[in-house]
Write a protein that binds this ligand. Structure first.
Ligand SMILES: [Mn+2]
Length: 366
Protein backbone atom coordinates (compact mmCIF):
# COMPACT_ATOMS: atom_id res chain seq x y z
CA UNK A 1 0.00 0.00 0.00
CA UNK A 2 1.27 3.47 -0.82
CA UNK A 3 2.28 5.36 2.28
CA UNK A 4 2.34 9.07 2.48
CA UNK A 5 5.57 10.21 3.97
CA UNK A 6 5.18 12.87 6.59
CA UNK A 7 6.98 16.12 5.95
CA UNK A 8 10.06 16.47 8.13
CA UNK A 9 9.93 18.72 11.15
CA UNK A 10 12.70 20.85 9.72
CA UNK A 11 10.45 21.86 6.84
CA UNK A 12 10.39 25.64 7.02
CA UNK A 13 7.21 27.26 8.25
CA UNK A 14 6.39 30.08 5.84
CA UNK A 15 5.23 32.21 8.75
CA UNK A 16 8.55 32.02 10.58
CA UNK A 17 12.05 32.66 9.40
CA UNK A 18 14.29 29.62 9.47
CA UNK A 19 15.81 29.82 12.92
CA UNK A 20 17.05 26.31 13.73
CA UNK A 21 14.30 26.11 16.33
CA UNK A 22 11.88 23.20 16.26
CA UNK A 23 8.21 23.92 15.74
CA UNK A 24 7.48 23.04 19.37
CA UNK A 25 10.11 25.59 20.50
CA UNK A 26 8.59 28.30 18.36
CA UNK A 27 5.10 27.37 19.59
CA UNK A 28 6.14 27.70 23.24
CA UNK A 29 8.24 30.86 22.78
CA UNK A 30 5.28 32.54 21.08
CA UNK A 31 3.12 31.88 24.15
CA UNK A 32 5.46 33.62 26.67
CA UNK A 33 3.82 37.08 26.45
CA UNK A 34 0.36 35.71 27.24
CA UNK A 35 -1.26 35.14 30.65
CA UNK A 36 -3.38 32.15 29.72
CA UNK A 37 -3.79 29.66 26.86
CA UNK A 38 -7.31 28.76 25.68
CA UNK A 39 -7.63 25.76 23.39
CA UNK A 40 -10.46 25.51 20.87
CA UNK A 41 -11.36 22.86 18.30
CA UNK A 42 -14.24 22.21 15.90
CA UNK A 43 -17.95 21.64 16.57
CA UNK A 44 -18.87 18.19 17.84
CA UNK A 45 -15.29 17.76 18.98
CA UNK A 46 -13.84 14.32 18.33
CA UNK A 47 -11.11 12.38 20.14
CA UNK A 48 -8.40 13.82 17.88
CA UNK A 49 -9.41 17.40 18.71
CA UNK A 50 -9.96 16.66 22.41
CA UNK A 51 -6.76 14.63 22.76
CA UNK A 52 -4.76 17.36 21.01
CA UNK A 53 -6.07 20.02 23.39
CA UNK A 54 -5.30 17.83 26.41
CA UNK A 55 -1.77 17.05 25.18
CA UNK A 56 -0.93 20.66 24.35
CA UNK A 57 -2.36 21.87 27.67
CA UNK A 58 -0.03 19.41 29.41
CA UNK A 59 2.89 20.71 27.31
CA UNK A 60 2.14 24.35 28.08
CA UNK A 61 1.56 23.80 31.81
CA UNK A 62 4.66 21.65 32.26
CA UNK A 63 7.05 23.61 30.09
CA UNK A 64 6.10 27.26 30.61
CA UNK A 65 3.73 27.09 33.61
CA UNK A 66 0.84 29.01 32.06
CA UNK A 67 -2.76 28.23 33.03
CA UNK A 68 -4.82 26.56 30.30
CA UNK A 69 -8.48 26.12 29.39
CA UNK A 70 -9.84 23.28 27.26
CA UNK A 71 -13.13 24.00 25.55
CA UNK A 72 -16.02 22.13 23.97
CA UNK A 73 -17.76 23.60 20.91
CA UNK A 74 -21.27 22.20 20.63
CA UNK A 75 -22.47 18.74 21.56
CA UNK A 76 -20.53 15.56 21.94
CA UNK A 77 -23.08 12.94 20.97
CA UNK A 78 -21.29 9.95 19.51
CA UNK A 79 -21.29 7.20 22.15
CA UNK A 80 -17.53 6.55 21.89
CA UNK A 81 -16.75 10.26 22.16
CA UNK A 82 -18.99 10.67 25.19
CA UNK A 83 -17.27 7.68 26.80
CA UNK A 84 -13.88 9.26 25.96
CA UNK A 85 -14.83 12.40 27.91
CA UNK A 86 -16.34 10.37 30.78
CA UNK A 87 -13.65 7.77 31.36
CA UNK A 88 -10.84 10.31 30.98
CA UNK A 89 -12.74 12.72 33.23
CA UNK A 90 -12.07 15.69 30.93
CA UNK A 91 -12.91 19.12 32.27
CA UNK A 92 -14.29 20.90 29.19
CA UNK A 93 -15.56 24.47 29.30
CA UNK A 94 -18.41 25.11 26.81
CA UNK A 95 -16.89 27.60 24.35
CA UNK A 96 -19.85 29.96 24.71
CA UNK A 97 -19.10 30.25 28.45
CA UNK A 98 -15.46 31.28 28.06
CA UNK A 99 -14.77 34.75 29.44
CA UNK A 100 -12.34 35.90 26.76
CA UNK A 101 -9.55 38.03 28.22
CA UNK A 102 -7.29 40.56 26.57
CA UNK A 103 -4.18 38.55 27.23
CA UNK A 104 -5.40 35.10 26.18
CA UNK A 105 -3.53 33.13 23.57
CA UNK A 106 -6.21 31.23 21.65
CA UNK A 107 -4.92 28.03 20.06
CA UNK A 108 -7.05 26.15 17.53
CA UNK A 109 -6.41 22.44 17.00
CA UNK A 110 -7.69 19.90 14.48
CA UNK A 111 -9.44 22.61 12.47
CA UNK A 112 -8.79 25.91 10.70
CA UNK A 113 -10.37 29.34 11.09
CA UNK A 114 -13.45 30.33 9.12
CA UNK A 115 -14.19 26.85 7.79
CA UNK A 116 -17.70 26.99 9.21
CA UNK A 117 -16.88 24.46 11.91
CA UNK A 118 -16.95 26.77 14.94
CA UNK A 119 -19.53 28.69 16.92
CA UNK A 120 -17.32 31.12 18.86
CA UNK A 121 -17.13 34.69 17.53
CA UNK A 122 -14.85 35.47 14.56
CA UNK A 123 -13.71 38.51 16.51
CA UNK A 124 -11.68 36.38 18.94
CA UNK A 125 -8.13 36.61 17.53
CA UNK A 126 -6.34 33.29 17.09
CA UNK A 127 -2.71 33.05 18.09
CA UNK A 128 -1.96 29.57 16.73
CA UNK A 129 -3.47 26.88 14.51
CA UNK A 130 -2.27 23.27 14.63
CA UNK A 131 -4.08 20.95 12.23
CA UNK A 132 -3.88 18.10 9.72
CA UNK A 133 -6.94 18.81 7.54
CA UNK A 134 -6.51 19.78 3.93
CA UNK A 135 -9.59 22.01 4.19
CA UNK A 136 -8.04 25.42 3.71
CA UNK A 137 -8.85 27.97 6.40
CA UNK A 138 -8.20 31.69 6.64
CA UNK A 139 -4.83 31.87 8.40
CA UNK A 140 -4.30 35.61 7.94
CA UNK A 141 -2.91 37.19 11.08
CA UNK A 142 -2.30 33.87 12.87
CA UNK A 143 1.19 34.13 14.41
CA UNK A 144 1.94 30.39 14.58
CA UNK A 145 0.68 27.77 12.13
CA UNK A 146 1.53 24.11 11.83
CA UNK A 147 -0.67 22.49 9.18
CA UNK A 148 0.43 19.06 8.08
CA UNK A 149 -2.13 17.30 5.89
CA UNK A 150 0.32 14.39 5.49
CA UNK A 151 -0.36 13.32 9.08
CA UNK A 152 -3.30 11.10 9.97
CA UNK A 153 -4.06 12.92 13.21
CA UNK A 154 -3.42 16.19 14.99
CA UNK A 155 -2.63 14.07 18.09
CA UNK A 156 0.42 12.79 16.16
CA UNK A 157 1.79 16.35 15.89
CA UNK A 158 1.09 16.91 19.58
CA UNK A 159 2.85 13.66 20.57
CA UNK A 160 5.87 14.86 18.60
CA UNK A 161 5.85 18.24 20.39
CA UNK A 162 5.83 16.44 23.78
CA UNK A 163 8.65 14.12 22.72
CA UNK A 164 10.74 16.99 21.29
CA UNK A 165 10.40 18.85 24.58
CA UNK A 166 11.42 15.74 26.58
CA UNK A 167 8.21 15.76 28.59
CA UNK A 168 6.90 12.61 30.32
CA UNK A 169 3.44 11.76 29.04
CA UNK A 170 1.09 10.84 31.91
CA UNK A 171 -1.25 7.86 31.47
CA UNK A 172 -4.38 9.95 30.95
CA UNK A 173 -2.74 12.11 28.27
CA UNK A 174 -1.19 9.06 26.56
CA UNK A 175 -4.58 7.30 26.53
CA UNK A 176 -6.28 10.33 24.99
CA UNK A 177 -3.57 10.80 22.33
CA UNK A 178 -3.49 7.09 21.47
CA UNK A 179 -7.27 6.88 21.02
CA UNK A 180 -7.26 10.19 19.12
CA UNK A 181 -4.77 8.82 16.59
CA UNK A 182 -6.37 5.39 16.46
CA UNK A 183 -9.83 6.75 15.58
CA UNK A 184 -8.35 8.91 12.83
CA UNK A 185 -6.15 6.32 11.15
CA UNK A 186 -8.25 3.18 11.48
CA UNK A 187 -9.92 2.93 8.12
CA UNK A 188 -10.46 0.82 5.03
CA UNK A 189 -7.61 1.31 4.15
CA UNK A 190 -5.89 3.39 6.79
CA UNK A 191 -5.08 7.05 6.36
CA UNK A 192 -1.78 7.00 8.19
CA UNK A 193 1.81 8.11 7.79
CA UNK A 194 4.98 6.72 9.37
CA UNK A 195 4.76 9.57 11.89
CA UNK A 196 1.36 8.28 13.08
CA UNK A 197 2.78 4.77 13.54
CA UNK A 198 5.75 6.13 15.49
CA UNK A 199 3.43 8.03 17.81
CA UNK A 200 1.20 4.97 18.30
CA UNK A 201 4.20 2.80 19.20
CA UNK A 202 5.44 5.38 21.67
CA UNK A 203 2.04 5.92 23.32
CA UNK A 204 0.87 2.30 23.52
CA UNK A 205 2.93 1.24 26.58
CA UNK A 206 1.97 4.47 28.38
CA UNK A 207 -1.79 4.28 27.77
CA UNK A 208 -4.45 2.59 29.90
CA UNK A 209 -5.69 -0.20 27.63
CA UNK A 210 -8.72 -0.95 29.84
CA UNK A 211 -9.94 2.61 29.38
CA UNK A 212 -9.31 2.36 25.63
CA UNK A 213 -11.49 -0.78 25.55
CA UNK A 214 -14.26 1.00 27.49
CA UNK A 215 -14.20 3.87 24.99
CA UNK A 216 -14.02 1.68 21.89
CA UNK A 217 -16.92 -0.51 23.01
CA UNK A 218 -19.06 2.28 24.42
CA UNK A 219 -22.66 1.34 25.21
CA UNK A 220 -25.08 2.53 22.55
CA UNK A 221 -28.35 4.43 23.05
CA UNK A 222 -31.72 3.19 21.75
CA UNK A 223 -31.68 5.90 19.07
CA UNK A 224 -28.59 4.31 17.49
CA UNK A 225 -30.58 1.23 16.46
CA UNK A 226 -33.59 3.24 15.28
CA UNK A 227 -31.25 5.37 13.19
CA UNK A 228 -29.49 2.34 11.68
CA UNK A 229 -32.82 0.71 10.79
CA UNK A 230 -34.00 3.88 9.05
CA UNK A 231 -30.69 4.17 7.23
CA UNK A 232 -30.92 0.61 5.95
CA UNK A 233 -34.51 1.08 4.84
CA UNK A 234 -33.68 4.29 2.97
CA UNK A 235 -30.41 3.17 1.37
CA UNK A 236 -30.03 3.07 -2.38
CA UNK A 237 -27.06 1.75 -4.32
CA UNK A 238 -25.93 3.77 -7.33
CA UNK A 239 -23.10 1.82 -8.93
CA UNK A 240 -20.21 2.30 -6.46
CA UNK A 241 -22.09 4.75 -4.22
CA UNK A 242 -24.49 3.97 -1.37
CA UNK A 243 -26.75 6.81 -0.23
CA UNK A 244 -28.77 6.78 2.99
CA UNK A 245 -31.12 9.36 4.51
CA UNK A 246 -32.25 9.56 8.12
CA UNK A 247 -34.89 12.15 8.93
CA UNK A 248 -34.82 13.35 11.56
CA UNK A 249 -31.39 12.44 12.78
CA UNK A 250 -31.59 11.74 16.55
CA UNK A 251 -28.03 13.14 17.05
CA UNK A 252 -25.89 15.03 14.54
CA UNK A 253 -22.98 12.57 14.73
CA UNK A 254 -25.16 9.60 13.83
CA UNK A 255 -24.74 10.43 10.13
CA UNK A 256 -21.07 9.52 10.61
CA UNK A 257 -21.99 6.34 12.47
CA UNK A 258 -24.20 5.31 9.55
CA UNK A 259 -21.44 5.73 6.95
CA UNK A 260 -18.84 4.07 9.18
CA UNK A 261 -21.13 1.03 9.15
CA UNK A 262 -22.27 1.20 5.51
CA UNK A 263 -18.81 1.62 3.99
CA UNK A 264 -18.06 -1.94 5.00
CA UNK A 265 -20.56 -3.10 2.33
CA UNK A 266 -18.35 -4.97 -0.14
CA UNK A 267 -20.10 -3.68 -3.26
CA UNK A 268 -19.54 0.06 -2.82
CA UNK A 269 -16.58 2.45 -2.72
CA UNK A 270 -18.41 5.49 -1.28
CA UNK A 271 -21.03 5.69 1.46
CA UNK A 272 -23.00 8.89 1.95
CA UNK A 273 -25.52 9.71 4.69
CA UNK A 274 -27.60 12.81 5.11
CA UNK A 275 -29.97 13.60 7.94
CA UNK A 276 -31.91 16.53 9.27
CA UNK A 277 -30.89 17.66 12.75
CA UNK A 278 -32.89 20.67 13.94
CA UNK A 279 -32.66 23.11 10.98
CA UNK A 280 -29.50 21.63 9.44
CA UNK A 281 -28.95 18.85 6.94
CA UNK A 282 -25.93 17.00 8.33
CA UNK A 283 -23.81 15.12 5.77
CA UNK A 284 -21.17 12.45 6.12
CA UNK A 285 -19.10 10.51 3.57
CA UNK A 286 -16.69 7.58 3.80
CA UNK A 287 -14.71 5.88 1.09
CA UNK A 288 -13.14 2.44 0.95
CA UNK A 289 -10.55 3.32 -1.69
CA UNK A 290 -7.33 5.27 -1.84
CA UNK A 291 -7.28 8.65 -3.57
CA UNK A 292 -11.03 8.87 -3.05
CA UNK A 293 -10.93 12.67 -2.62
CA UNK A 294 -13.97 12.43 -0.32
CA UNK A 295 -13.44 15.88 1.19
CA UNK A 296 -13.01 17.51 -2.19
CA UNK A 297 -16.00 15.71 -3.71
CA UNK A 298 -18.30 16.63 -0.83
CA UNK A 299 -17.17 20.28 -1.02
CA UNK A 300 -17.97 20.24 -4.72
CA UNK A 301 -21.36 18.53 -4.15
CA UNK A 302 -22.40 20.92 -1.38
CA UNK A 303 -21.07 24.01 -3.17
CA UNK A 304 -22.75 27.19 -2.02
CA UNK A 305 -25.58 25.32 -0.28
CA UNK A 306 -23.48 24.95 2.87
CA UNK A 307 -20.08 23.87 4.17
CA UNK A 308 -18.09 20.68 3.76
CA UNK A 309 -14.58 19.36 4.11
CA UNK A 310 -12.46 16.55 5.42
CA UNK A 311 -9.87 14.07 4.27
CA UNK A 312 -9.25 11.68 1.42
CA UNK A 313 -11.58 8.96 2.71
CA UNK A 314 -13.71 10.78 5.27
CA UNK A 315 -15.69 13.95 4.93
CA UNK A 316 -18.48 15.84 6.61
CA UNK A 317 -20.65 18.80 5.86
CA UNK A 318 -23.71 20.79 6.86
CA UNK A 319 -26.40 22.62 4.92
CA UNK A 320 -28.58 25.17 6.73
CA UNK A 321 -32.23 24.51 5.80
CA UNK A 322 -34.40 27.53 5.04
CA UNK A 323 -37.40 25.25 5.55
CA UNK A 324 -37.81 21.85 7.16
CA UNK A 325 -41.00 21.08 5.21
CA UNK A 326 -40.71 17.55 3.73
CA UNK A 327 -40.90 18.87 0.15
CA UNK A 328 -38.08 21.38 0.75
CA UNK A 329 -35.91 18.64 2.25
CA UNK A 330 -36.69 16.33 -0.67
CA UNK A 331 -35.66 19.05 -3.13
CA UNK A 332 -32.26 19.45 -1.49
CA UNK A 333 -31.82 15.69 -1.23
CA UNK A 334 -32.46 15.15 -4.94
CA UNK A 335 -30.12 18.00 -5.84
CA UNK A 336 -27.37 16.49 -3.68
CA UNK A 337 -28.01 13.06 -5.21
CA UNK A 338 -27.78 14.52 -8.72
CA UNK A 339 -24.53 16.32 -7.91
CA UNK A 340 -22.94 13.34 -6.19
CA UNK A 341 -23.73 11.00 -9.11
CA UNK A 342 -22.31 13.60 -11.47
CA UNK A 343 -19.14 13.98 -9.39
CA UNK A 344 -18.60 10.22 -9.59
CA UNK A 345 -19.53 10.22 -13.32
CA UNK A 346 -22.39 7.77 -12.77
CA UNK A 347 -25.23 10.18 -13.56
CA UNK A 348 -27.01 7.67 -15.78
CA UNK A 349 -27.12 5.06 -13.05
CA UNK A 350 -30.49 3.95 -11.67
CA UNK A 351 -30.68 3.39 -7.94
CA UNK A 352 -31.35 0.00 -6.40
CA UNK A 353 -32.56 -0.49 -2.85
CA UNK A 354 -30.04 -2.00 -0.43
CA UNK A 355 -32.91 -3.99 1.11
CA UNK A 356 -35.74 -4.68 -1.35
CA UNK A 357 -39.15 -3.32 -0.28
CA UNK A 358 -40.71 -6.77 -0.43
CA UNK A 359 -38.22 -8.09 2.10
CA UNK A 360 -38.86 -5.16 4.42
CA UNK A 361 -42.61 -5.84 4.31
CA UNK A 362 -42.16 -9.57 4.80
CA UNK A 363 -39.97 -8.91 7.83
CA UNK A 364 -42.66 -6.67 9.29
CA UNK A 365 -45.36 -9.31 8.84
CA UNK A 366 -43.39 -12.22 10.24
MN1 LIG B 1 -8.34 15.17 13.23
Amino acid sequence: MARRSADPDSCPNPKSPSSGLRRSDRFLIGLYPFDRVVFVSHVQPDPDGLGSMLGLAHLVETRIGKPTVITRDGLISRAENKAFVDVLNLDLVPVEEVQWRENDAVVMVDSQPRTGRHTFPDTVPLHAVIDHHDTPGDLDGVAFTDIRAGHGATCTLVTKYLRDQGIDIPEKVATALLYGIETEVTGYPREASDADDEALVELYPLADKDLIAQIRNARLPHSHFECMLQAMQSSFIYDRLLMSWVNPLPQPEQAAEVVDFMIRFEKVEYAFCGGVYEDTLVLSVRSAIENARAGEILRQVVGKLGRAGGHDRRAGGAIPLPSTAPSAIEDIQSELRRRFLKALKIEDCRGQRLVPLREMLENLQS
